[in-house]
Design a protein around this ligand. Sequence first.
Ligand code: TEU
Length: 558
Amino acid sequence: MPPSVSLQRPPHVINIRRVVCAVMEQRPHWWQTGVIYQVYPRSFADANGDGVGDLPGICGRLDYLAWLGVDAIWISPFYRSPMADFGYDVADHTDVDPLFGALADFDTLLAEAHRRGIRVIVDFVPNHTSDQHPWFVASRSSRDDPGRDWYVWRDAGPVGGPPNNWISMFGGSAWQWDTRTGQYYLHSFLKQQPDLNWRNPQVRAAMHDVLRFWLNRGVDGFRIDTVQFVAKDPDFRDNPPNPDPERLAHLGEWRHQLHVYDHGHPDMHAIYRDIRRLLDSYPGHRVSIGELHHPDFEVWAGFYGEELDEIHLPFNFHLIHARWDAATVREIVAGVIGALPPGAWANWVLGNHDQPRLASRIGRAQAPVAMTLLLTLPGEPTIYYGDELGIENGIIAPDRTQDPWGLVEPAQSRDPERTPMEWDGSANAGFCPPGVEPWLPLAPRWQERNVATQQADPGSLLNLTRRLLTLRRQHPALAFGSYIPIDSTPRDVFAFQRQADGAADLLVALNLGAAREMVSAGRSVRVLVSSDPRRDDSELGETFDLQPNEALIAELSP
Ligand code: TEU
């Protein structure tokens, strides 16, 4: 008996059904059916020839994104910034850094994206600003400055030194001594990124104004940075030591504490309810997407809000941090879906500007399987730029390290996942003009992997991604249908069904292994899309082979 995907046994329907039913009563919103594509602006396309990507560069590549078929782009910060953390240190929330262009370039980009039916999501960095931001310049000017309390200032501890043992995510104490005013300020990240004090109503009002500024310009939503950091223990207690540091992926000092007091205070929920109310007061279903890492599914799900009144899509990074095997993926998908509050909408992420490249994490051969998984699971997927090409980690010589975290802790450097987008086989891969040095070197193998090469190859990952995006538009079952996991599969296979009323049932079968697997679907199947396009449109009967590393979506006969 070959191992089989048994569709005969009663399917185990978990509560995504409730999710789907809740939405099916009304038309799903754009951010539910849509696919988001993350653009890291430094690395996407350089229009002005300085080796760094910019907004006109993105604008010039919108036709590519429309061709690919994504519904929205999220652009990492492009605001005025000294670039200590490449834009996550904002010095003016309502202007574009000259490196990236001007506000007029943003307006053009927004209009051009909208003209192509592509929505635009911008980054919102609530926890901190740049130390060059006028708010911080005022705050540090004197203890009596009216803006002093906009940031978190504290006296030295009882025996001198920092007020408590909190450490910065990027290494060292989270407190920086300010000689002029004789106090410490808190910085959960770099010392050039002082933490705002969200307990101060003036800070909340000012940050709401920032949101209004972009909403009024017409943005479709926000990706909210470091969601959990906006509220800390009001008593500033020391974090306890972590008895099991190995369990934390972080290297360096961060892993030696349990981070119970320096972030994640429950007061943050009210902050996100306020932001949600603000977004909902605008027409057009503006979306909030929250960046948060938490290993516990329930804690993660808590950010949807008890009344689904907080963040629309708290980023689900569980698969990013997971081992890549069928059992683990199955378990995580079940955990995520099982934790969703009724009516909440799932989302899936496999890569971003803070994580090693997907193709390097799981291996090149599995990249098509991962892309198929991402684009067929129930919920909203976010694609990191270049993952549709299978870009691997760049190799950055130590003396070319750019990431401030990498300068402190080389193993944590995020430069490898921020290398330039690979457009074609010309010098600098078409990212910036020949003769200009890109801010980071291209990742190895770009000549064989760029957009132009892959567009010409029907079997490429790029064309697979495009076919999957097309399929999502054609098949309501994929965009918002119910999800039925299949429990009994060969060890390396992960399979599930997607179903929508009035549409054919779909089978998604993913071979996470490098051997051929026999699958018995119980009903005959017709392949819609396979990672091997030679199998597209083939009728496979009830029992069929999955090739090594194959991903396949098929229509099940009625
Ligand atoms: O990241 C915050 C953050 O928590 C991550 O660095 C996280 O520690 C890591 O991904 C865990 O694996 C956000 C931005 O995405 C990042 O680029 C910024 O450097 C950081 O905030 C500070 O603004």
